[in-house]
Design a protein around this ligand. Structure first.
Ligand SMILES: C[S@@+](CC[C@H](N)C(=O)[O-])C[C@H]1O[C@@H](n2cnc3c(N)ncnc32)[C@H](O)[C@@H]1O
Length: 229
C-alpha cells in the first residue's frame, strides 16, 4: 500500500462518526441528508432504467439504501479496495452484491473516491472502466469542490482525508476527456447546510456557480451509442 494512503479498513467501524466529527461545525445531525440529496440529484438526470449499478469505492455503503430506494429494480454492486469497509456494507445491506468484473454496468457511481487516489490509481480505475463500462454506460462522479472554503476546512479537519488531493471540476473533466469520455453535465451542489434545506430551490439556481461544497459530473464514452442518456 502507498505510504501516505489512508487505510479505510482502519475507519470501517467508525467511518460515519469520523466524518460527523470533522463537519460538526456546519451540521451536527442529518448525516443521511447528504447521501439522500446526492442520489436524488443523480436520479433526476438518469432517464433510463439501469439494470446493473456499480457503486465504485462504496465504502461502508452509505449510498446503497438511497440507490435502492431510487432504483428499486436495479441490481446494485459495490467495489472497494478496503475489504473491511466492503464487509460492513455487505452486512448492512444484504441485497448489495460484490463487484463482478465480468459484468457490464449501466450506471457507475463514484462518490468521494477520486480525491483519495494517486494518479496511478486513477489510471487503474480507467483501466477497470475499459473492462466493465461500454458505450451505453453512464458514469457519475461526485467530488469535493476545492474552491469552497468550508469543504477545504472539513477536509483539513478530517482524519480520513489525510491523503486527499482535491480535484477541481475542470481538472476532473479533463482526466475523463483524455480517456475518451464526454462530460454531459457538471453541476455544483451543497450551497446550503442541511438545516436550511427548505430553501433548496437555491441549489438549482446556483448549480452552475462553481462554489458549492461539492459537484457532480456525468460522462458517457465519446462514441456513446445512446447520446440521450
Ligand atoms: C470518502 S470514502 C467514500 C465512500 C463512499 N463512496 C461514500 O460515499 O460513502 C472513499 C472510498 O474510496 C475508496 N478508495 C480509495 N482508493 C480507492 C481505489 N483506488 N479504488 C477504489 N476505491 C478506492 C476508499 O476505500 C473509501 O472507501
Amino acid at each position: 500500500m502507498d505510504r501516505n494512503k489512508v487505510d479505510f479498513d482502519y475507519f470501517a467501524d467508525n467511518y460515519n462518526n469520523t466524518i460527523i466529527k470533522a463537519s460538526e461545525f456546519i451540521s451536527k445531525s442529518n448525516f443521511d441528508y447528504f447521501a439522500k440529496y446526492k442520489i436524488k440529484r443523480l436520479k433526476s438526470k438518469i432517464k433510463f432504467s439501469p439494470k446493473k449499478i456499480l457503486d465504485y469505492g462504496c465504502g461502508i455503503g452509505n449510498l446503497i439504501p438511497e440507490i435502492k430506494k431510487n432504483f428499486p429494480k436495479s441490481d446494485i454492486y459495490g467495489y472497494e479496495v478496503s475489504e473491511k469497509s466492503l464487509n460492513v456494507a455487505l452486512s448492512r445491506y444484504p441485497y448489495l452484491k460484490k463487484f463482478d468484473a465480468s459484468n457490464q454496468y449501466d450506471l457507475i457511481i463514484f462518490c468521494g473516491v477520486f480525491h483519495h487516489c494517486s494518479e496511478d490509481e486513477q489510471i487503474e480505475i480507467f483501466n477497470t472502466l475499459n473492462i466493465v463500462a461500454d458505450n451505453s454506460t453512464t458514469i457519475v462522479v461526485f467530488e469535493h469542490n476545492p474552491k469552497n472554503f468550508i469543504t477545504r476546512r472539513i477536509v483539513k479537519n478530517c482524519e480520513l482525508d489525510k491523503d486527499a488531493v482535491l480535484i477541481e471540476s475542470k481538472a476532473l473533466i479533463n482526466k475523463f476527456e483524455k480517456q475518451s469520455y464526454k462530460c454531459k453535465k457538471c453541476e455544483f451542489i451543497f450551497f446550503l447546510p442541511p438545516a436550511l434545506r427548505i430553501f433548496n430551490f437555491i441549489e438549482y439556481l446556483f448549480k452552475k456557480i462553481p462554489f458549492g461544497c461539492q459537484y457532480f459530473t456525468i460522462y458517457n464514452k465519446k462514441d456513446s451509442i445512446n447520446d440521450n442518456k
